[in-house]
Design a protein around this ligand. Structure first.
Ligand code: SF4
Ligand code: SF4
Length: 467
């Protein structure tokens, strides 16, 4: 099965229960942002920009747990910022699992191995030695770290343990060269790969989380899937980025410029995702086949942003993960007070001009699961996609030249910076701005921004032989 049976049954029961009760709107996935602090400053990150005045604030543990109870979503995606910086992350994961939630930890990967070592320390006994030996042999831990694991004293905190109810969801937007440039730090991709390998050895479920930008090279994304498939990851989330900016819209109107000069338009998204169904056959792509058909331009869906609500330090963010028209104290209050009929695109007509080109998973993936815009055969398609055997790991993916940047001396600070100095002006501005200037409705792993597109466009100007 693509998705473990117990998890599929849990989600199906949740949907059926609400359908029988005729609940008009309910949550499927809670996007919980306990903090917006991050250890990285990715090019054009929308989150650290939108919440720049409250980067030091964080939600209390009890507020996080209560938010999950309040919306009662079967799945909780802990994002941010970087959730592994949240001081109570272990207690948060334990508390959500205790509530019976399916938990995704959306991370940039930099602190993941630290959590894995903490887990090993929490279960250490001589029986763990063969695992330590393997991790040492594969250079996933150092001798010093192995010793620290052996000597650690229990601190009473719950470690993040492997569980069929939990996934690490590691953010990667390309192979090493591209990813490290986007996150503006060399070595990040390599650390992500080490963390994924270590997590798989320890028995965790691991997924990757990728955003496709206007300038993303889809061939590279396919290679990235091949590579991570060879590492036997358990699934991939992929979504088109989306950026709305009133100034750009105004330029389209007043200056007669083409929308595709500025936006990842619907037509462009469909072109980028033309092979999504083929990818769904080859790799364990999360999300419904109905959403995949939507991305490939084969059908329309209506936005159901209320099904993937975002809760952060300011409250329940409405109407969606990307746009902010307000924050509410309670989920039900948000459901009741937001005029949901004002948002989304229906039969190709945008009800709000900001929604015009949006096809993001947090607005439309639940529509596929909830049967919005139902067409005959959809239930069978969804059933078959979930229950059919999971695609086999693509062993040939190990040959993908994934380490094409920092690891071979072509990282952000080496060749890339040299390329920038040689006139890649857009990339230079992205570096100089440290990712915090310019308009962006982007966010961690799910948004986009002009800076990212500019950077990716300039990267494509670098000849492949140089990459
Ligand atoms: S269409 Fe997109 S931008 Fe508009 S409300 Fe839905 S998710 Fe948000
Ligand atoms: S995109 Fe994510 S990882 Fe990057 S700076 Fe923003 S919150 Fe951090």
């Amino acid at each position: 099965m693509r998705f473990p049976l117990a998890l599929t049954v849990k989600i199906a029961r949740h949907i059926i229960r609400h359908k029988l009760r005729k609940t008009p709107r309910f949550a499927l996935v809670l996007q919980l942002e306990p903090l917006h602090t991050c250890n990285l400053t990715c090019t054009g990150c929308g989150r650290i920009r939108e919440y720049s005045t409250s980067l030091k604030d964080m939600m209390a543990l009890e507020d996080c747990l209560e938010s999950a109870r309040e919306c009662d979503a079967p799945m909780v995606s802990i994002c941010g910022g970087e959730p592994l910086i949240y001081p109570k992350i272990k207690e948060l994961v334990a508390g959500l699992l205790e509530q019976g939630r399916i938990v995704y930890i959306c991370t940039n990967g930099m602190f993941m191995r630290r959590e894995l070592r903490d887990y090993l320390a929490s279960i250490y006994s001589p029986a763990v030695e063969p695992t330590l030996a393997r991790l040492l042999a594969e250079k996933l831990i150092s001798e010093k770290e192995a010793e620290a694991i052996r000597k650690a004293k229990p601190d009473g905190r719950p470690a993040i343990k492997p569980s069929k109810w939990m996934y690490w969801n590691v953010h990667v937007d390309g192979l090493e060269y591209t990813h490290d440039l986007i996150v503006e730090r060399e070595g990040v991709f390599k650390e992500c790969v080490l963390a994924v390998r270590m997590a798989k050895i320890l028995g965790y479920q691991v997924a990757t989380n990728t955003t496709v930008y206007k300038e993303t090279d889809v061939k590279e994304i396919e290679q990235m899937f091949e590579f991570f498939s060879s590492l036997e990851v358990d699934g991939h989330t992929i979504s088109p980025g989306y950026d709305y900016d009133a100034a750009k819209k105004d330029m389209v109107k007043r200056l007669g410029r083409q929308p595709e000069d500025f936006f990842l338009t619907r037509a462009m998204t469909r072109a980028k995702f033309a092979k999504i169904q083929e990818w769904g056959e080859r790799f364990t792509i999360f999300g419904t086949p109905v959403y995949q058909e939507f991305l490939a331009g084969k059908r329309e869906l209506t936005c159901t942003a209320w099904a993937i609500p975002t809760r952060n330090i300011r409250g329940w963010k409405a109407p969606c993960y990307l746009m902010t028209d307000g924050h509410y104290e309670h989920y039900q209050e948000m459901l009741d007070r937001v005029d949901w009929d004002k948002y989304g695109v229906v039969n190709g007509v945008a009800r709000d001009s900001r929604c015009e080109n949006c096809m993001v998973h947090c607005g439309y993936d639940p529509s596929g699961a909830l049967g919005t815009n139902y067409q005959g055969g959809d239930n069978w398609k969804n059933f078959k996609y979930n229950f059919w055997p999971r695609p086999k790991p693509f062993v040939e993916g190990a040959k993908v030249p994934a380490f094409n940047g920092f690891s071979i001396g072509k990282g952000h600070l080496a060749e890339a910076k040299a390329a920038v100095q040689n006139g890649l002006a857009g990339a230079r501005s992205a570096f100089q701005n440290n990712g915090h200037n310019g308009a962006s409705a982007g966010s961690c792993g799910s948004g986009t921004s002009p800076e990212k597109d500019d950077l990716l466009a300039k990267l494509r100007e670098v000849k492949p032989s140089n990459r």
